[in-house]
Design a protein around this ligand. Structure first.
Ligand code: CP
Length: 365
């Protein structure tokens, strides 16, 4: 039984296999129409969603399966104080697989530790969103035909934008990939993504505040929304929310084959007038997300017809851990989950940096 909490749990070979299955689903939808008959997906969404929840549900229906859904925290016993662990144990009695979104970072991971069925992280706070990355990867593959030798501009809220963290985790495995990180100072990429992912993999990156200055070099521009719901101070949100607004004139210096991606929802980061530009790929991303979620459900339920896809991912390296710290991240699942042990992994052996195993916040020594 296997879950998907972080995109890095999938090897490059497995990503290739998921893309291959998704392409086969697109070409031969009838072949898959009853493949998950009798199986049930539970979508547990404790935070708002349009695309992720509905695409998971559409994916399961198109595979011939059924869906049980919690569409808000207020409509489940979470509102009465039920823990994630108890929720996961309960839903394991009814469903075959869970897709969970939660505002607290590490919540789907805690669910996976307690469920007896696979758990898919459908977005945890500002931490990770691996299935959005699957949608992004299929879009890049279909637009560019490769994952290597690409310069990728990530623009907007790189601090709280969980889709950015997961996309970097996936694309850092390919050769010749460069990242241009475009954000206001206050919304820069978290240091753990820089050290644990970019620097650990020797990936070239630069930080810049000027989108126009870097535009001519980009093969992919990944715009993001400033995540209002993650700010503790709304004045900061109001000051930063319009930092980057892509309008047609700003594309004057862009490559003719630039691909413009956005995980959506959009607020005002991309002018609607760009939607008809052939370089705009964000609604293709939405559709690609459904196909990749279909491929993922098949893989985690052991129903994939692609035999190579049955292989387990690479062995996780044994990690040195400590219980000598208390997580200081107010958005960590440890702040609410009853009797959840504090646990930190040694993320940087040279600098002796420990990070929370649930949310990856740095331990205060
Ligand atoms: N991209 C994404 O996660 O969209 P939703 O919040 O609508 O699910």
């Amino acid at each position: 039984m296997r879950s998907l909490i972080d995109i890095q749990e999938l090897s490059v070979a497995e990503l290739d296999e998921l893309i291959s299955v998704a392409e086969d689903i697109i070409a031969n939808p009838k072949k898959y129409a009853e493949i998950a008959k009798g199986k049930k997906l539970a979508t547990l969404f404790f935070e708002p969603s349009t695309r992720t929840r509905l695409s998971f549900e559409a994916a399961m229906y198109e595979l011939g399966g059924n869906v049980l859904s919690v569409s808000s925290a207020g409509s489940s016993s979470a509102a009465k104080g039920e823990s994630i662990a108890d929720t996961a144990k309960t839903v394991s009695c009814y469903a075959d697989i869970i897709a969970m979104r939660h505002p607290l970072e590490g919540a789907p991971y805690v669910a996976s530790l307690n469920a007896s069925i696979p758990v898919i992280n459908a977005g945890d706070g500002g931490h990770n969103h691996p299935t959005q990355t699957l949608a992004d990867l299929l879009t890049i593959w279909r637009e560019k035909g490769r994952f290597s030798d690409l310069t990728i501009g990530l623009c907007g809220d790189l601090k709280f934008g969980r889709t950015v963290h997961s996309l970097i985790g996936a694309m850092s495995r390919y050769s010749g990939v460069k990242f241009v990180l475009i954000s206001p100072e206050e919304l820069k990429l978290p240091s753990y993504v820089k050290t644990q992912v970019l620097e650990a993999n020797g990936i070239e990156y630069e930080e810049n505040t000027d989108l126009l200055a870097v535009m001519p070099r980009l093969d992919i521009l990944y715009m993001t929304r400033v995540q209002r719901e993650r700010f503790s101070n709304q004045d900061d949100y109001l000051r930063l929310k319009d930092s980057y607004i892509l309008t047609p004139d700003k594309l004057d210096g862009a490559k003719k084959d630039l691909s413009i991606l956005h995980p959506l929802p959009r607020v005002n980061e991309i002018a609607v007038s760009i939607d008809n530009d052939p370089r705009a790929c964000y609604f293709k991303q939405v559709l690609n997300g459904k196909y990749m979620r279909m491929a993922l459900i098949l893989k985690l339920l052991g129903l994939s017809t692609n035999q190579a896809c049955q292989a387990e991912g690479k062995e996780q390296e044994a990690m040195e851990t400590s219980d000598a710290f208390v997580c200081q991240n107010p958005r960590c699942i440890t702040t609410t989950e009853q009797e959840l042990p504090q646990r930190f992994k040694l993320a940087d052996k040279n600098k002796r940096v420990y990070r929370c195993i649930y949310c990856e916040a740095k331990a205060n020594s």
